[in-house]
Design a protein. Structure first.
Length: 365
């Protein structure tokens, strides 16, 4: 019987068998001694890698830097949400809120014009046509606009009636009037179209009331002021200084710029409003430049770097044909190049194609 040679360093076969049996018995005993639930688990499968999925978003129109102005009580009333869906606009200015009753009650100026002559000069809206009690559904329409992500800015003052600061001599009541409008509309901004900047007492009352409301809630405030060939009037510049010293923050000055009738003389299709020599838009741009210098001085701003985004421009044509499509393109280019806060329009509405060009002003927000 032949013998097999065992390799050096290996156990004899009987000993190897006995060792394997002992190891198996020891392992079984160790498993029995483990607490319940601690039995070895099978190895986990490798983690599945997440599958990258791309959800295709519908294309969105870029936000517009155009603010549409509307009379809050016009007939028929403008459905802000419907208009926003149709035009792509999201920002509106609602005018005009003036003093009614005792002079400290806000009211839409147009309310008195429906059954009688509209208020003029020092007149006021009729008692009973107060804000929030007979507003023709303005608050509801603003709410529907907000659902779409839009905003509506109440405009105090204007050409009909008296602004609350001029009529209300009780500081607490004036603050309460502003607070009521802003709170009811849940407005993030408010505009003041001021025509009484020479009334120093009214200027100070307004400034202190605005400052009081801004201490209570975040509120962006703009002043709408008339633009002349030399920029702003001396009274308007002094009012801006007084308002700032009183602690009220005016983030934007909106310039009401009359548009001369007729075609733009000396303005070519390739020339921007800021460089056209002798044209109507060129004269407007010169006035805007002067107003920028005045605002920079009043608010301690550097004109080239800081002041332009604090200016807005609102041309005021007197008839439908005063603004052409070329004029609209030049205005949009001017507002874009100078990074103006927004572009708007008052006065006579232009032709539809002109409006559509203005609506596509890029937003500088």
């Amino acid at each position: 019987m032949s013998r097999h040679r065992r390799e050096p360093g290996t156990l004899p076969r009987p000993l190897a068998v006995l060792g394997a049996l002992a190891l198996a018995a020891g392992t079984a005993a160790a498993i029995r001694m483990l607490p319940a639930g601690a039995a070895p688990r099978p190895p986990l499968p490798p983690a599945a890698r997440p599958v990258a999925t791309q959800v295709e978003q519908p294309p969105q129109e870029p936000p517009s830097g155009f603010v549409a102005f509307t009379d809050a009580t016009r007939e028929p009333p403008l459905d802000l949400a419907v208009h926003a869906r149709r035009t792509g606009l999201r920002h509106y200015a609602l005018g005009h809120l003036v003093a009614a009753g005792d002079g400290c009650t806000p009211a839409w100026a147009g309310k008195a014009g429906r059954t009688g002559a509209p208020p003029t000069g020092g007149g006021a809206a009729r008692a009973g046509d107060h804000f929030g009690t007979d507003d023709g559904g303005v608050v509801e329409r603003v709410g529907r606009l907000r659902v779409l992500g839009g905003s509506a800015v109440p405009v105090f003052g204007g050409p009909r009636g008296r602004e609350l600061a001029a009529a209300c001599t009780r500081p607490g009541a004036l603050t309460a009037a502003y607070r009521r409008v802003v709170g009811t509309l849940d407005a993030a901004s408010a505009d003041f179209e001021i025509r009484d900047s020479a009334d120093r007492a009214a200027v100070l009352r307004r400034a202190r009331a605005i400052e009081a409301v801004q201490r209570e809630r975040p509120l962006r405030v703009s002043f709408t002021l008339p633009l002349g060939p030399g920029g702003l009037s001396a009274d308007d510049v002094a009012m801006l200084r007084t308002t700032r010293r009183a602690g009220a923050e005016v983030s934007t000055v909106n310039l009401l710029a009359p548009v001369e009738p007729g075609t733009s003389a000396g303005t070519s299709a390739g020339t921007s409003a800021g460089t056209s020599a002798g044209g109507r838009l060129g004269l407007m741009a010169a006035g805007v430049r002067k107003a920028a210098e005045q605002l920079a001085e009043a608010h301690d701003l550097r004109i080239e770097d800081e002041v332009w985004p604090h200016l807005a421009l609102t041309p005021v044509p007197s008839s439908t044909g005063d603004l052409s499509a070329g004029d609209a393109r030049r205005l949009v280019a001017y507002a874009t190049r100078h990074r103006l806060a927004w572009l708007s329009l008052r006065g006579a509405g232009p032709e539809p194609d002109v409006s559509r060009i203005l609506w596509h002003t890029p937003a500088n927000r």
